[in-house]
Design a protein around this ligand. Sequence first.
Ligand SMILES: [Zn+2]
Length: 358
Amino acid sequence: MLEDKPELYRGLTYPWGRGVNPTPGEPEKIAEGIYWARFPMPMSLDHINIWLLEDEDGWTVVDTCLNIASAREIWEQLLSGFMQGKPVKRVICTHLHPDHVGLAGWLTERFDCELWMSREEFLMCRAMAGDTGSSAPDVAIRFYQGAGYTEEQLERYRKKFGNFGKAIAPLPHSFRRLVDRETITIGDRYWQIVVGSGHSPEHTALYCPALKLLISGDQVLPRITPNVSVFPTEPEGDPLKEWLRSSARIRDILPDDVLVLPAHEAPFYGLHVRMTQLIEIHKRDLNKLFDHLSQPRRAVDCFPALFKREIGDGSLGLATGETLAHLNCLLGRHRITRTGDAQGVDWYEQIPETAEYD
Ligand SMILES: [Zn+2]
């Protein structure tokens, strides 16, 4: 059972402390009919929170973990133990990332139930999974060349390409679409769909006014700043603009006194503070990047402006995507220029007269 142990940290209140860590296979009760299961993952982000919602004679589950043996084992343990052999009636995925969608196909097939997801997340997930096993397209190579990758770094990208589908069980061929601001019924509760964009194209959070709960997926995380990246599929995209807009909108339309149930780390109070923090972090980063571009630089030269840590091979892809998101945002605001050189590398430079712009 969760023990009341309110911890105030950086403006957020964690009712059960920041370090609370439910044992896998033994979900914790959050509210009547709402349970928190934690699944460990073998990576630096070492767990995901899965939400189990009582749904009449069965369960609705929100997010599913990676398609790995250890996660399937935890599901087996939950299904026969805590979930009392009752069926999964519906699988909801907040977004397309493998830690969320990994076992959705496995669960929906096993229980012959529907996958509920927003349309862009579903279609994008199927498209990305479709690349599994194929080789990296030329446009993607040119994209990373443009960012300033060395030949060695490009080679590592080629080797890693097409891995997305390996971490997810094949998705079903049809789905039930979730639409922004619609209200769905789970058990005897109403939940409102709240779509955000930037971390993924059409991320779905779920808000229950009666219980004052927000299942926030990766849209709102307490400590980590959710990754916002530009990828070769849409080189001119401006996901950071969408992210900033979504974050402000979530702060506008949802009350502050909800308990946020994030996909990673511990539940917390302080939604509005957190949204403001996330917006301010990116605004600060945009300004730091602008200052850094007082001379022409490539995307890979911009890491020191955005990241405190050294960017090694393991984090190069994410750091590049995140840097390009900030660069595209500044380009969209006409605060910097981009010039391609004869080698196909892009150089960015500030427009000094825009220093006062926000
Ligand atoms: Zn994610």
